[in-house]
Write a protein that binds this ligand. Structure first.
Ligand code: SP5
Ligand code: ZN
Length: 353
């Protein structure tokens, strides 16, 4: 299994996120990726490489998932932020006002001139700082996702897009949950565009993959499945319930498996079996796994109790789907353990194929 890692990831380095009325240090830090890379150097699973994708092809792959006004905003946001006040260069941009898009309280069709208003229009939380290098890092991550998809389209059994910031909370036109571009959705769409007829996304991050679900909600050629903390109590709260089944022609092509805080591996694993049954019933011909390691017992912001050794079994179970598979790196904030947990999962997969 090749790993495509993002050489620009550390350009995205948030300082603080809003939590319960105060600013706390960001959980989503560059060291997370460095630990995974170091573990892959210790326990190699295949080549470690930087993605080499054509610039125009990358722009196309991003545009297949994200809207032009959103990517234009992201690409220029830091310069606008600093232009407002040169001292802003020392501070990250965080949104503080939102238009509540889906309850007809405010308009989201008119693009405001005001920067703070656009920051709010294109986001859903105050925990995802936009920094000097956010766009470069996110774009580099999309390149990893595209390279991994192309590798699989070229015949590889699996490929790993090792990047941060993560992606699965980002929607077609919004960021949040530490995510800016939806790497898993970009990979899934690239697999479709490269000839795979039916692509399944099986999200194993602790948090519901709201961005990916929203992007593919009305699609019958993309199955989205997510196993996650029950949104009644867990982030992102406003999506991820079991009754969300897809809409229009996409009805029946979304499956949410919410589990209560405190869920152990035995129960989680039963949900994984159910998820894999859905993937098999869908007759997918490719699989994308948004791979969050924040289901780990030691995760500082999450509530499941998986142990490091359990991730071998997770990888092995995912391999049993017998599909060409792209993994994207998502959450996992127990920084010391995230490298071994990630590589345990990937090694479990690789040993089983
Ligand atoms: C990709 C991903 O895993 N995103 C998760 C975003 C979660 N953001 C909300 C975090 C709430 C943090 N709670 C801090 C508790 C610290 N004691
Ligand atoms: Zn997560």
């Amino acid at each position: 299994m090749k790993t495509f890692h993002n050489p620009h990831h550390a350009l995205h380095q948030g300082r603080e996120e809003m939590f319960r009325g105060r600013m706390v240090p960001c959980h989503e830090v560059p060291a997370r990726l460095d630990f995974v890379l170091a573990e892959l150097q210790r326990r190699p699973l295949g080549a470690l490489q930087i993605p080499e994708v054509d610039d125009a092809a990358l722009d196309t792959a991003i545009a297949r998932v994200h809207t032009p006004r959103y990517t234009q905003f992201l690409a220029g946001a830091w310069d606008e932020w600093v232009a407002m006040d040169p001292s802003n260069a020392q501070r990250d941009a965080l949104p503080s006002v939102w238009p509540l898009g889906n309850r007809n309280a405010f308009r989201t069709d008119v693009l405001p001139h005001n920067f703070a208003a656009r920051l709010g229009l294109f986001s859903f939380d105050s925990g995802s700082p936009l920094t000097a290098g956010t766009w470069a890092a996110a774009r580099g991550g999309a390149a990893c996702a595209l390279a991994a998809a192309l590798d699989v389209l070229g015949g590889a059994r699996s490929a790993f897009a090792l990047t941060r910031p993560p992606g699965h909370h980002a929607g077609a036109d919004f960021f949040g949950g530490y995510c800016f571009l939806n790497n898993a959705a970009i990979a899934a769409q690239a697999l479709r565009d490269g000839g795979k007829q039916r692509v399944a996304v099986l999200d194993v991050d602790y948090h519901h993959g709201n961005g990916t679900q929203a992007i593919f909600y009305e699609r019958a050629d993309m199955l989205t499945v997510s196993i996650h903390g029950d949104p009644a109590t867990e982030y992102p709260f406003f999506l991820g319930h079991a009754d969300e089944r897809g809409a229009g022609v996409g009805e029946g092509f979304n499956l949410n498996l919410p589990l209560p805080r405190g869920t152990n591996f035995a129960t989680w694993n039963a949900a994984l079996r159910q998820a894999l049954d859905a993937v098999a019933a869908f007759k997918a011909d490719a699989l994308v796994v948004p791979m969050g390691l924040d289901t780990f017992e030691g995760d500082p912001i999450s509530g499941f109790t998986l142990q490091s050794a359990d991730y071998f079994a997770v990888g092995e179970a995912l391999a049993s789907a017998s599909l060409p598979t792209v993994f994207t790196f998502e959450g996992g904030y127990a920084v010391d353990a995230v490298g071994s947990n990630a590589v345990n999962l990937l090694e479990g997969f690789a040993r089983a194929v």
